[in-house]
Design a protein around this ligand. Structure first.
Ligand code: ATP
Ligand code: MG
Ligand code: MG
Length: 159
């Protein structure tokens, strides 16, 4: 039924559970694609990186170099994401027939990045954690809440 599943990934326990569920659901289907996507946004960029690059220094960087900075962060995390997903799936990865797309996307916010990615890639299901890396132990994280509120396609939240 589902051929393009988006797993928004922040490396939390919940996101790991979402990834395993996506593999259980369509991993054996060679016609399916699982998109594992981390959104890099300025609200998750460590302040140390902004100061290190002079973003908060005397000479504020212009928008173009800010984009370049974000892009290099995204490229580095693309590589980390590949290694991490391979480590999480372990030898199960050999049994996966579905196509795995692993990517980092730049966006103003995680919610924005997730919903835009889903639209751009014609995803038909989102499987995500109910919570993530945040310290507050509420019922639902703000990213899950935002995606549930704005998504046009079904969203499955995983504990
Ligand atoms: P909050 O961020 O509101 O403090 P939280 O971290 O516990 O709370 P969320 O951030 O909403 O909860 O995380 C819920 C799920 O959203 C995660 O399990 C993951 O699937 C997804 N997610 C969160 N942040 C990102 C991100 N930057 N990129 C991709 N997916 C994300
Ligand atoms: Mg990328
Ligand atoms: Mg979070």
């Amino acid at each position: 039924v589902f051929s393009n599943i988006l797993v928004p990934f922040d490396d939390s326990e919940h996101a790991h559970a979402a990834l395993h569920l996506a593999i259980d659901l369509v991993g054996s289907d060679p016609g399916a694609t699982i998109h594992i996507v981390t959104v890099a946004s300025n609200d998750i960029m460590p302040p140390s990186m902004l100061t290190a690059t002079g973003a908060f220094g005397e000479a504020p960087i212009d928008y173009a170099s800010y984009e370049t900075l974000l892009t290099s962060i995204a490229e580095r995390s693309d590589r980390e994401l590949h290694d991490n997903v391979a480590a999480i799936l372990g030898k199960d990865i050999d049994a996966v027939k579905a196509k795995l797309v692993i990517d980092t996307r730049l966006a103003p916010s995680p919610v924005d990045g997730i919903t835009c990615y889903a639209a751009d890639h014609r995803c038909d299901l989102i499987i995500m954690g109910r919570r993530g890396l945040g310290a507050l132990r509420g019922m639902l994280g703000s990213v899950s809440y935002g995606v549930l509120r704005s998504s046009e396609i079904p969203v499955l939240t995983v504990k």
